[in-house]
Design a binder for this molecule. Structure first.
Ligand code: SF4
Length: 81
């Protein structure tokens, strides 16, 4: 199965903790005591980020979460196909 390298970022400053991304992309977003977080994300330049390899199905979930975020707090960049 082809894996796609993708960098995901979550701007916690903008996030309003609506939970949409947790429903749409539960492998990568989760509720926590500190609100919604990027699972296994690391803080960098004010953003929480991670780079992972995903299959098409998971990438679709990430895209759906980014497209559905009401404050555009989720960004992703495909680094390698
Ligand atoms: S969809 Fe956007 S605003 Fe809602 S919890 Fe996720 S990152 Fe935060």
């Amino acid at each position: 199965m082809t894996k796609i390298k993708v960098k995901i970022s979550h701007d916690k400053t903008s996030c309003i903790n609506c939970g949409t991304c947790v429903i749409l992309s539960p492998e990568d977003f989760a509720n926590s005591d500190d609100g919604v977080v990027l699972v296994d994300g690391k803080a960098s330049n004010g953003l929480w980020q991670k780079t992972i390899e995903v299959d098409d199905a998971r990438l679709t979930k990430i895209k759906d979460a980014a497209d559905s975020c009401p404050v555009m707090a989720i960004k992703f960049e495909i680094l390698k196909k």
